[in-house]
Design a protein around this ligand. Structure first.
Ligand code: F0G
Length: 455
Protein backbone atom coordinates (compact mmCIF):
# COMPACT_ATOMS: atom_id res chain seq x y z
CA UNK A 1 0.00 0.00 0.00
CA UNK A 2 1.35 3.43 -0.92
CA UNK A 3 -1.08 5.39 1.23
CA UNK A 4 0.10 6.15 4.73
CA UNK A 5 -2.75 4.57 6.58
CA UNK A 6 -3.53 6.25 9.91
CA UNK A 7 -4.51 3.21 12.01
CA UNK A 8 -7.28 5.02 13.90
CA UNK A 9 -10.61 6.73 13.36
CA UNK A 10 -11.27 10.22 14.71
CA UNK A 11 -13.99 10.56 17.35
CA UNK A 12 -13.25 13.98 18.81
CA UNK A 13 -11.85 16.84 16.76
CA UNK A 14 -10.15 20.13 17.54
CA UNK A 15 -10.86 22.78 14.92
CA UNK A 16 -7.87 24.52 13.38
CA UNK A 17 -8.27 28.25 12.86
CA UNK A 18 -6.86 29.20 9.46
CA UNK A 19 -5.00 32.49 9.55
CA UNK A 20 -3.81 34.58 6.59
CA UNK A 21 -0.24 35.52 5.83
CA UNK A 22 -1.02 39.19 6.66
CA UNK A 23 -2.32 38.19 10.09
CA UNK A 24 0.74 36.09 10.72
CA UNK A 25 3.15 38.85 9.70
CA UNK A 26 1.48 41.01 12.34
CA UNK A 27 1.44 38.22 14.95
CA UNK A 28 5.17 37.63 14.37
CA UNK A 29 5.94 41.31 14.86
CA UNK A 30 3.93 41.39 18.09
CA UNK A 31 5.72 38.22 19.30
CA UNK A 32 9.13 39.80 18.53
CA UNK A 33 9.66 36.94 16.06
CA UNK A 34 9.89 34.41 18.91
CA UNK A 35 7.62 31.45 18.11
CA UNK A 36 7.33 30.51 21.78
CA UNK A 37 5.44 33.79 22.23
CA UNK A 38 2.81 32.93 19.59
CA UNK A 39 -0.52 31.76 20.98
CA UNK A 40 -1.17 28.14 20.03
CA UNK A 41 -4.56 28.96 18.53
CA UNK A 42 -2.79 31.20 16.03
CA UNK A 43 -0.84 28.15 14.78
CA UNK A 44 -2.15 25.98 11.94
CA UNK A 45 0.17 22.99 12.40
CA UNK A 46 2.14 22.86 15.62
CA UNK A 47 5.38 20.92 15.30
CA UNK A 48 7.11 22.56 18.26
CA UNK A 49 7.31 19.27 20.13
CA UNK A 50 6.07 15.69 20.27
CA UNK A 51 6.06 15.96 24.07
CA UNK A 52 2.72 15.93 25.86
CA UNK A 53 0.93 16.65 22.58
CA UNK A 54 -0.34 13.15 21.78
CA UNK A 55 -4.00 12.45 21.06
CA UNK A 56 -5.30 10.05 23.71
CA UNK A 57 -7.40 7.08 22.63
CA UNK A 58 -10.98 6.26 23.63
CA UNK A 59 -9.52 3.56 25.93
CA UNK A 60 -7.26 6.11 27.62
CA UNK A 61 -10.13 8.52 28.19
CA UNK A 62 -12.21 5.66 29.56
CA UNK A 63 -9.36 4.78 31.92
CA UNK A 64 -9.17 8.42 33.04
CA UNK A 65 -12.67 8.00 34.49
CA UNK A 66 -11.48 4.96 36.43
CA UNK A 67 -8.66 6.99 38.02
CA UNK A 68 -8.61 6.49 41.78
CA UNK A 69 -7.40 9.57 43.63
CA UNK A 70 -6.54 7.94 46.95
CA UNK A 71 -3.48 9.51 48.53
CA UNK A 72 -1.83 6.17 49.28
CA UNK A 73 -2.11 2.77 47.59
CA UNK A 74 -4.36 3.82 44.72
CA UNK A 75 -5.27 0.92 42.40
CA UNK A 76 -4.39 3.30 39.56
CA UNK A 77 -0.78 3.20 40.77
CA UNK A 78 -0.73 -0.61 40.71
CA UNK A 79 -2.15 -0.68 37.18
CA UNK A 80 0.53 1.84 36.14
CA UNK A 81 3.28 -0.13 37.87
CA UNK A 82 2.31 -3.40 36.25
CA UNK A 83 2.04 -1.81 32.78
CA UNK A 84 5.57 -0.41 33.18
CA UNK A 85 6.97 -3.67 34.53
CA UNK A 86 5.44 -5.71 31.73
CA UNK A 87 7.79 -3.91 29.33
CA UNK A 88 10.58 -2.75 31.64
CA UNK A 89 10.98 -5.29 34.40
CA UNK A 90 12.64 -3.07 37.03
CA UNK A 91 12.08 -3.79 40.70
CA UNK A 92 11.06 -0.28 41.79
CA UNK A 93 8.88 2.07 39.70
CA UNK A 94 8.63 5.61 41.04
CA UNK A 95 6.14 7.93 39.30
CA UNK A 96 7.07 11.58 38.67
CA UNK A 97 5.21 14.46 37.06
CA UNK A 98 7.47 14.37 34.00
CA UNK A 99 10.85 13.15 32.79
CA UNK A 100 13.00 15.92 34.19
CA UNK A 101 11.63 15.35 37.70
CA UNK A 102 12.93 11.76 37.49
CA UNK A 103 16.29 13.11 36.32
CA UNK A 104 16.41 15.70 39.12
CA UNK A 105 15.75 13.04 41.76
CA UNK A 106 18.27 10.59 40.32
CA UNK A 107 21.10 13.12 39.99
CA UNK A 108 20.43 14.78 43.34
CA UNK A 109 21.43 11.37 44.74
CA UNK A 110 24.23 10.18 42.44
CA UNK A 111 25.52 13.51 41.07
CA UNK A 112 27.76 16.05 42.78
CA UNK A 113 30.98 18.01 42.18
CA UNK A 114 33.71 15.96 40.51
CA UNK A 115 31.31 13.33 39.18
CA UNK A 116 30.99 12.52 35.48
CA UNK A 117 28.01 10.97 33.67
CA UNK A 118 28.64 9.62 30.15
CA UNK A 119 25.82 9.11 27.64
CA UNK A 120 25.42 8.89 23.86
CA UNK A 121 23.95 12.43 23.99
CA UNK A 122 22.29 13.87 27.06
CA UNK A 123 19.02 15.68 26.41
CA UNK A 124 19.17 19.33 27.67
CA UNK A 125 17.18 18.69 30.84
CA UNK A 126 19.34 15.65 31.68
CA UNK A 127 22.48 17.69 31.12
CA UNK A 128 20.98 20.55 33.13
CA UNK A 129 20.09 18.30 36.06
CA UNK A 130 23.57 16.71 36.07
CA UNK A 131 25.34 20.07 35.85
CA UNK A 132 23.11 21.60 38.53
CA UNK A 133 24.71 19.19 41.03
CA UNK A 134 28.21 20.25 39.97
CA UNK A 135 28.79 17.06 37.95
CA UNK A 136 29.85 16.89 34.32
CA UNK A 137 27.66 15.49 31.51
CA UNK A 138 29.74 13.83 28.78
CA UNK A 139 28.44 12.97 25.27
CA UNK A 140 30.08 9.97 23.58
CA UNK A 141 27.95 9.35 20.49
CA UNK A 142 29.57 7.73 17.42
CA UNK A 143 31.25 10.07 14.90
CA UNK A 144 28.63 9.35 12.19
CA UNK A 145 26.07 11.17 14.34
CA UNK A 146 27.78 14.46 13.53
CA UNK A 147 27.47 13.98 9.76
CA UNK A 148 23.93 14.91 8.64
CA UNK A 149 24.45 13.05 5.35
CA UNK A 150 25.61 9.73 6.89
CA UNK A 151 22.91 7.08 6.60
CA UNK A 152 24.29 4.85 9.36
CA UNK A 153 21.24 2.87 10.60
CA UNK A 154 21.99 3.50 14.29
CA UNK A 155 23.36 7.01 14.51
CA UNK A 156 22.36 7.14 18.17
CA UNK A 157 24.92 4.49 19.14
CA UNK A 158 27.46 5.15 21.85
CA UNK A 159 31.12 5.16 20.84
CA UNK A 160 32.19 2.03 22.72
CA UNK A 161 35.92 2.77 22.51
CA UNK A 162 35.51 6.25 24.01
CA UNK A 163 33.29 4.90 26.78
CA UNK A 164 35.88 2.22 27.59
CA UNK A 165 38.65 4.86 27.62
CA UNK A 166 36.64 7.18 29.89
CA UNK A 167 35.94 4.38 32.36
CA UNK A 168 39.58 3.18 32.31
CA UNK A 169 40.78 6.70 33.06
CA UNK A 170 38.14 7.92 35.54
CA UNK A 171 35.88 5.11 36.73
CA UNK A 172 35.91 6.44 40.29
CA UNK A 173 34.20 9.65 39.11
CA UNK A 174 31.38 7.87 37.24
CA UNK A 175 28.27 6.97 39.28
CA UNK A 176 26.40 5.48 36.30
CA UNK A 177 26.39 5.24 32.52
CA UNK A 178 23.39 6.54 30.63
CA UNK A 179 22.02 5.97 27.11
CA UNK A 180 19.17 7.89 25.47
CA UNK A 181 16.81 5.96 23.16
CA UNK A 182 16.16 7.36 20.67
CA UNK A 183 18.82 10.04 20.69
CA UNK A 184 16.63 13.15 20.57
CA UNK A 185 19.42 15.72 20.59
CA UNK A 186 21.07 13.87 17.68
CA UNK A 187 17.96 13.91 15.45
CA UNK A 188 15.80 11.15 16.97
CA UNK A 189 18.31 8.52 15.87
CA UNK A 190 18.03 4.98 17.27
CA UNK A 191 20.49 2.89 19.27
CA UNK A 192 20.92 -0.76 18.30
CA UNK A 193 20.18 -3.56 20.74
CA UNK A 194 23.73 -4.75 20.17
CA UNK A 195 25.07 -1.33 21.21
CA UNK A 196 22.90 -1.18 24.35
CA UNK A 197 24.21 -4.63 25.32
CA UNK A 198 27.82 -3.65 24.60
CA UNK A 199 27.45 -0.48 26.68
CA UNK A 200 25.93 -2.52 29.51
CA UNK A 201 28.83 -5.00 29.39
CA UNK A 202 31.44 -2.26 29.63
CA UNK A 203 29.57 -0.46 32.40
CA UNK A 204 29.09 -3.68 34.36
CA UNK A 205 32.73 -4.72 33.93
CA UNK A 206 33.63 -1.44 35.65
CA UNK A 207 31.00 -2.03 38.33
CA UNK A 208 28.70 0.76 37.05
CA UNK A 209 24.95 0.56 36.53
CA UNK A 210 23.44 1.42 33.14
CA UNK A 211 20.44 3.75 33.04
CA UNK A 212 18.30 4.19 29.92
CA UNK A 213 16.56 7.48 29.17
CA UNK A 214 13.63 5.65 27.57
CA UNK A 215 11.45 8.54 26.34
CA UNK A 216 11.06 7.12 22.81
CA UNK A 217 11.69 3.44 23.53
CA UNK A 218 8.95 2.11 21.21
CA UNK A 219 10.21 4.07 18.20
CA UNK A 220 13.71 2.82 19.04
CA UNK A 221 12.50 -0.80 19.22
CA UNK A 222 10.72 -0.41 15.87
CA UNK A 223 13.98 0.75 14.24
CA UNK A 224 15.77 -2.25 15.82
CA UNK A 225 13.14 -4.55 14.29
CA UNK A 226 13.44 -2.90 10.86
CA UNK A 227 17.19 -2.33 10.71
CA UNK A 228 19.12 -4.69 13.00
CA UNK A 229 20.20 -8.05 11.56
CA UNK A 230 18.31 -10.93 13.17
CA UNK A 231 15.52 -8.78 14.69
CA UNK A 232 12.98 -8.58 11.84
CA UNK A 233 10.82 -11.49 12.93
CA UNK A 234 10.71 -10.51 16.60
CA UNK A 235 7.83 -8.68 18.28
CA UNK A 236 8.46 -5.07 19.31
CA UNK A 237 7.50 -5.95 22.89
CA UNK A 238 10.24 -8.61 23.01
CA UNK A 239 12.79 -6.12 21.70
CA UNK A 240 11.65 -3.55 24.28
CA UNK A 241 12.11 -6.10 27.07
CA UNK A 242 15.59 -6.98 25.80
CA UNK A 243 16.62 -3.32 25.67
CA UNK A 244 15.61 -2.76 29.29
CA UNK A 245 16.81 -6.16 30.53
CA UNK A 246 20.34 -4.94 29.76
CA UNK A 247 19.91 -1.96 32.11
CA UNK A 248 19.76 -1.37 35.86
CA UNK A 249 17.38 1.56 35.80
CA UNK A 250 15.64 4.12 33.63
CA UNK A 251 14.23 7.61 33.51
CA UNK A 252 11.13 8.24 31.42
CA UNK A 253 8.92 11.01 30.15
CA UNK A 254 5.46 9.51 29.59
CA UNK A 255 4.73 12.61 27.47
CA UNK A 256 6.45 10.83 24.58
CA UNK A 257 6.14 7.05 24.11
CA UNK A 258 3.25 6.50 26.53
CA UNK A 259 0.71 8.72 24.73
CA UNK A 260 0.14 10.74 27.91
CA UNK A 261 -0.15 14.50 28.21
CA UNK A 262 1.85 14.50 31.44
CA UNK A 263 3.85 12.04 33.55
CA UNK A 264 7.09 10.15 33.90
CA UNK A 265 8.95 7.76 36.14
CA UNK A 266 12.25 6.66 37.58
CA UNK A 267 12.75 2.90 37.78
CA UNK A 268 15.65 1.11 39.47
CA UNK A 269 16.65 -2.33 40.68
CA UNK A 270 18.85 -1.13 43.54
CA UNK A 271 16.92 -1.12 46.86
CA UNK A 272 19.06 1.54 48.56
CA UNK A 273 18.84 3.89 45.57
CA UNK A 274 15.07 3.35 45.42
CA UNK A 275 14.73 4.20 49.12
CA UNK A 276 16.75 7.40 48.68
CA UNK A 277 14.73 8.32 45.58
CA UNK A 278 11.42 7.81 47.38
CA UNK A 279 12.59 10.04 50.24
CA UNK A 280 13.43 12.74 47.76
CA UNK A 281 10.15 12.12 45.90
CA UNK A 282 8.12 12.79 49.04
CA UNK A 283 9.86 16.16 49.44
CA UNK A 284 9.49 17.32 45.86
CA UNK A 285 6.76 15.37 44.03
CA UNK A 286 4.44 13.46 46.33
CA UNK A 287 3.76 10.14 47.99
CA UNK A 288 5.39 7.15 46.18
CA UNK A 289 2.09 5.80 44.83
CA UNK A 290 1.25 8.98 42.92
CA UNK A 291 4.46 11.01 42.69
CA UNK A 292 3.21 14.31 41.29
CA UNK A 293 0.43 12.81 39.19
CA UNK A 294 -3.30 12.33 39.59
CA UNK A 295 -4.58 8.74 39.62
CA UNK A 296 -6.22 9.43 36.26
CA UNK A 297 -2.83 10.32 34.73
CA UNK A 298 -1.40 7.00 35.95
CA UNK A 299 -4.32 5.22 34.25
CA UNK A 300 -3.75 7.06 30.95
CA UNK A 301 -0.08 6.05 31.02
CA UNK A 302 -0.90 2.40 31.77
CA UNK A 303 -3.20 2.18 28.73
CA UNK A 304 -0.84 4.28 26.58
CA UNK A 305 1.99 1.83 27.20
CA UNK A 306 -0.10 -1.00 25.73
CA UNK A 307 -0.98 1.09 22.69
CA UNK A 308 2.47 2.48 21.90
CA UNK A 309 3.97 -0.95 21.13
CA UNK A 310 1.31 -1.62 18.46
CA UNK A 311 3.26 -2.34 15.31
CA UNK A 312 0.61 -0.91 12.96
CA UNK A 313 0.90 2.35 14.84
CA UNK A 314 4.70 2.34 14.80
CA UNK A 315 4.78 1.61 11.05
CA UNK A 316 2.47 4.61 10.40
CA UNK A 317 4.43 6.77 12.83
CA UNK A 318 7.83 6.24 11.28
CA UNK A 319 6.52 6.17 7.71
CA UNK A 320 4.91 9.63 8.10
CA UNK A 321 8.27 11.18 8.93
CA UNK A 322 10.03 9.31 6.13
CA UNK A 323 7.37 10.52 3.70
CA UNK A 324 7.93 14.15 4.71
CA UNK A 325 11.69 13.60 4.55
CA UNK A 326 11.49 12.16 1.01
CA UNK A 327 9.36 15.07 -0.21
CA UNK A 328 11.67 17.67 1.35
CA UNK A 329 14.72 15.97 -0.16
CA UNK A 330 13.01 16.06 -3.58
CA UNK A 331 12.53 19.82 -3.10
CA UNK A 332 16.25 20.19 -2.41
CA UNK A 333 15.78 20.91 1.29
CA UNK A 334 18.74 19.41 3.22
CA UNK A 335 17.63 17.24 6.14
CA UNK A 336 19.36 15.07 8.71
CA UNK A 337 19.46 11.50 7.39
CA UNK A 338 18.07 9.00 8.04
CA UNK A 339 14.83 10.60 9.22
CA UNK A 340 14.35 10.14 12.98
CA UNK A 341 11.52 8.51 14.86
CA UNK A 342 9.72 11.57 16.19
CA UNK A 343 10.83 14.40 13.94
CA UNK A 344 12.35 15.58 10.69
CA UNK A 345 15.38 17.80 11.28
CA UNK A 346 16.09 20.38 8.55
CA UNK A 347 19.66 21.62 8.13
CA UNK A 348 18.94 25.36 8.00
CA UNK A 349 22.60 26.36 7.79
CA UNK A 350 22.92 24.46 4.49
CA UNK A 351 19.48 25.57 3.30
CA UNK A 352 20.22 29.27 3.90
CA UNK A 353 23.98 29.60 3.28
CA UNK A 354 23.63 33.37 2.80
CA UNK A 355 22.63 33.80 6.47
CA UNK A 356 25.64 33.54 8.81
CA UNK A 357 25.20 31.38 11.96
CA UNK A 358 25.25 34.46 14.22
CA UNK A 359 22.23 35.75 12.28
CA UNK A 360 20.44 32.49 13.11
CA UNK A 361 19.50 30.66 9.89
CA UNK A 362 17.40 28.21 11.94
CA UNK A 363 15.34 31.05 13.38
CA UNK A 364 14.97 32.55 9.88
CA UNK A 365 13.61 29.25 8.52
CA UNK A 366 11.30 28.68 11.51
CA UNK A 367 9.89 32.21 11.15
CA UNK A 368 9.40 31.72 7.39
CA UNK A 369 7.49 28.45 7.97
CA UNK A 370 5.16 30.34 10.28
CA UNK A 371 4.79 33.34 8.02
CA UNK A 372 4.08 31.35 4.85
CA UNK A 373 2.06 28.50 6.36
CA UNK A 374 1.28 28.99 10.05
CA UNK A 375 3.59 26.09 10.87
CA UNK A 376 5.38 26.26 14.19
CA UNK A 377 8.72 24.46 14.40
CA UNK A 378 11.65 24.75 16.76
CA UNK A 379 15.11 26.16 16.11
CA UNK A 380 17.79 23.85 17.48
CA UNK A 381 20.96 25.76 16.79
CA UNK A 382 22.75 28.97 17.61
CA UNK A 383 19.75 30.62 19.28
CA UNK A 384 19.37 27.61 21.59
CA UNK A 385 23.04 26.82 22.23
CA UNK A 386 25.07 29.85 21.08
CA UNK A 387 25.08 31.93 24.27
CA UNK A 388 28.09 31.18 26.50
CA UNK A 389 28.09 31.63 30.28
CA UNK A 390 30.32 34.75 29.96
CA UNK A 391 27.66 36.40 27.77
CA UNK A 392 29.56 36.05 24.49
CA UNK A 393 28.20 34.13 21.51
CA UNK A 394 29.53 31.38 19.26
CA UNK A 395 27.87 29.42 16.46
CA UNK A 396 26.37 26.09 17.58
CA UNK A 397 27.65 22.86 15.98
CA UNK A 398 24.71 22.98 13.58
CA UNK A 399 21.68 25.16 12.85
CA UNK A 400 18.74 22.79 12.63
CA UNK A 401 14.98 23.23 12.63
CA UNK A 402 13.05 20.37 14.20
CA UNK A 403 9.66 19.42 12.79
CA UNK A 404 8.47 17.28 15.71
CA UNK A 405 5.37 15.20 15.08
CA UNK A 406 2.72 14.98 17.78
CA UNK A 407 1.47 11.38 18.03
CA UNK A 408 -1.83 10.44 16.30
CA UNK A 409 -2.69 14.15 15.82
CA UNK A 410 -2.07 15.04 12.18
CA UNK A 411 -2.97 13.19 8.96
CA UNK A 412 -1.31 12.70 5.61
CA UNK A 413 -3.02 15.77 4.17
CA UNK A 414 -1.48 17.83 6.97
CA UNK A 415 1.88 16.36 5.93
CA UNK A 416 1.16 17.32 2.30
CA UNK A 417 0.27 20.85 3.39
CA UNK A 418 3.58 21.07 5.27
CA UNK A 419 5.41 20.07 2.08
CA UNK A 420 3.51 22.74 0.11
CA UNK A 421 4.58 25.38 2.60
CA UNK A 422 8.17 24.26 2.14
CA UNK A 423 7.70 24.61 -1.65
CA UNK A 424 6.77 28.26 -1.10
CA UNK A 425 9.70 28.81 1.28
CA UNK A 426 12.10 27.21 -1.23
CA UNK A 427 10.91 29.76 -3.83
CA UNK A 428 11.53 32.64 -1.40
CA UNK A 429 14.74 31.22 0.02
CA UNK A 430 17.01 33.98 -1.38
CA UNK A 431 14.78 36.70 0.13
CA UNK A 432 14.92 35.30 3.67
CA UNK A 433 16.94 37.42 6.07
CA UNK A 434 18.65 36.66 9.35
CA UNK A 435 17.81 38.05 12.78
CA UNK A 436 19.47 39.92 15.58
CA UNK A 437 18.57 39.48 19.24
CA UNK A 438 17.46 42.75 20.85
CA UNK A 439 16.75 41.35 24.32
CA UNK A 440 17.66 38.07 26.01
CA UNK A 441 17.74 36.49 29.48
CA UNK A 442 21.06 35.14 30.83
CA UNK A 443 20.07 31.47 30.30
CA UNK A 444 17.77 29.37 28.07
CA UNK A 445 17.34 32.41 25.86
CA UNK A 446 15.41 30.66 23.08
CA UNK A 447 12.21 30.65 25.16
CA UNK A 448 11.98 34.39 25.70
CA UNK A 449 14.51 36.24 23.50
CA UNK A 450 13.21 39.11 21.36
CA UNK A 451 14.37 39.31 17.76
CA UNK A 452 14.44 41.86 14.97
CA UNK A 453 14.97 41.04 11.28
CA UNK A 454 18.34 42.13 9.93
CA UNK A 455 17.74 44.91 7.37
N1 F0G B 1 14.84 13.04 27.80
C1 F0G B 1 14.59 13.23 26.49
C2 F0G B 1 15.33 12.41 25.48
C3 F0G B 1 13.65 14.19 26.08
O1 F0G B 1 13.42 14.36 24.78
C4 F0G B 1 12.96 14.94 27.07
C5 F0G B 1 11.98 15.97 26.68
C6 F0G B 1 13.24 14.69 28.42
C7 F0G B 1 14.18 13.73 28.75
C8 F0G B 1 12.54 15.45 29.53
O2 F0G B 1 11.25 15.03 29.67
O3 F0G B 1 9.88 17.07 29.15
O4 F0G B 1 8.92 15.14 30.44
O5 F0G B 1 10.59 16.63 31.48
N2 F0G B 1 11.89 16.43 25.50
C9 F0G B 1 10.91 17.40 25.01
C10 F0G B 1 11.20 17.75 23.57
C11 F0G B 1 10.72 18.59 25.88
O6 F0G B 1 10.53 18.65 23.03
O7 F0G B 1 12.08 17.11 22.96
P1 F0G B 1 10.09 16.05 30.22
Amino acid sequence: MKTIFEPFRIKVVEPIRLTTREERVDLLRRAHWNLFAIHADDVIIDLLTDSGTSAMSAEQWAAVMRGDESYAGSPSYYRFESAVRELMPFKHVIPTHQGRAAEAILFSIVGGPGRMVPSNTHFDTTRGNIEATGAQAVDLVIAEAHDPASTHPFKGNMDIARLEALLEASAERVPLVMITITNNAGGGQPVSLENVRAVADIAHRHGKPLFIDGCRFAENAWFVKCREPGQASRAVTEIVRDLFAAADGMTMSAKKDAFANIGGWLAVNDDALAAAARNRLILTEGFPTYGGLAGRDLEAIAVGLHEIVDEQYLRYRVRTNEYIGEKLTALGVPIVLPVGGHAVFVDARRFLPHIPPLQYPGQALAVALYEYGGIRACEIGTVMFGLRPDGTEAPADADLVRLAMPRRVYTQSHADYLVEVFEEVVKRRGELRGFRIVWQPPQLRHFTARFEPVA
